[in-house]
Design a protein around this ligand. Structure first.
Ligand code: ZN
Length: 106
């Protein structure tokens, strides 16, 4: 995993491997643990599944660290929120851009 941590605002989430055993017991590829700010991702996933899972868990990290009530935002509000918060994440994490390029390489 080329990503060891994800920064968002003044927070950092540590990225660790989720074992296959943990993943299959929870029927998931990844997990975000809010208390410890840990993103656990299953190893040896297909590249696009890996990217999908990483972005999904970063989304949970953003939601956890935002006081905003997502379910009250409506479609436009949700889309605005997701776009602007991911823009911040991309700015703060140049390695995430490399990770995306690697996962989407033809
Ligand atoms: Zn989820």
């Amino acid at each position: 995993m080329i990503l060891k941590e994800i920064k968002y605002r003044n927070y950092k989430a540590k990225v660790v491997k989720l074992t296959r055993k943990q993943a299959s017991s929870g029927n998931m590829y990844g997990c975000y643990y809010p208390g410890t700010q840990i993103i656990a991702i299953q190893e040896k996933l297909p590249r696009l599944t890996l990217l999908d899972t990483m972005l999904h868990e970063i989304g949970h990290f953003i939601a956890d660290k935002s006081s905003i009530r997502l379910k009250n935002l409506g479609e436009e509000g949700t889309v605005n929120f997701v776009a602007s918060e991911f823009t911040k994440v991309f700015l703060q994490n140049p390695k995430l851009i490399s990770f995306i390029k690697k996962c989407t390489r033809k």
